[in-house]
Design a protein around this ligand. Structure first.
Ligand SMILES: [Zn+2]
Length: 259
């Protein structure tokens, strides 16, 4: 199955390069390096797969993020009704990727088992980790599991024809990268396996680390999945909005078509 892939930008945050790279130590290298926040959508005929769901306006206020729009509301502008979306892939359970799951009442959620295990395990409450999630988001997914709506993946799985997820870990215990078949080759939605193009291009991990060696392994994984025609999409790079055209007329600066 071949999909069209879209990215919707819903929030931003001002930041500097010194905050964004792990182990940053060069005092001369400190330039503005803002983050964008996205969700992604893959559409093929009547099949819609949403990849990550973003955070709510309330969480944006609490965490001092600049909220542009609710990404779930924006789906309507792509003729997608969130209340009937059947498939949602969760790249990982950090607050900026899983906060609107309750707005998808019909969805089955695809998550790596190691990610859920971590956030329901004994280290989730340690301050470094605790700050990366909203407790209610984790609880919501636990509830969805008891409703039979969570599909656990262990490593690699073609979850739907043309959509394969790969566990990379590194930035979180069970981060997964999503490869989507399109008419023009593969789109690799790296999510936070590489926040910016620069992380991957310069082999420099982002500052939020679960396992440093696995962050390097995640870069290798992304490269191994890509061929000449592949498009790699980083998780938080504002350049995504510049490098790709508007998803359609009226969505300039809101959503882009990747493939
Ligand atoms: Zn993120």
């Amino acid at each position: 199955m071949k999909y069209q892939v879209y990215a919707i930008e819903y929030a931003t945050r001002q930041a500097r390069s010194s905050e964004n790279f792990f182990g940053h130590s060069d005092p001369h290298e400190d330039y503005p390096m803002p983050l964008s926040y996205y969700i992604w959508v893959a559409v093929s005929g009547s099949t819609t797969v949403v990849i990550d769901v973003g955070f709510t306006r309330e969480v944006a206020v609490k965490r001092h993020r600049d909220y542009l729009r609710c990404p779930v509301e924006t789906l309507h502008q792509l003729d997608i009704d969130p209340s009937t979306v059947p498939y949602v892939v969760i790249s990982h359970m950090h607050y900026d990727h899983v906060g609107n799951a309750h707005k998808f009442p019909s969805a089955e959620f695809f998550v790596q088992e190691s990610e859920m295990t971590f956030w329901t395990g004994k280290y989730a409450s340690k301050p470094h980790f605790r700050s990366l999630v909203e407790v209610e988001d984790v609880v919501h997914l636990v509830r969805e599991n008891f409703r039979g709506r969570v599909h656990f993946v262990n490593g690699v799985e073609e979850i739907l024809p043309g959509i394969t997820v790969y566990k990379s870990g590194g930035h979180s215990a069970g981060l997964q990268v999503v490869k989507v078949n399109t008419e023009n080759g593969n789109v690799i939605l790296a999510s936070d396996a590489t926040h910016f193009y620069k992380n991957l291009e310069e082999n420099r991990p982002f500052s939020v680390v679960h396992n440093l060696a696995d962050m390097y392994a995640a870069f290798d994984l992304i490269r191994s999945l890509a061929n000449e025609s592949s498009i790699i999409v980083p998780g938080h790079d504002p350049l995504v909005m510049e490098r790709f055209p508007a998803a359609k007329k009226g969505l300039e600066g809101v959503a882009v078509r990747i493939d």
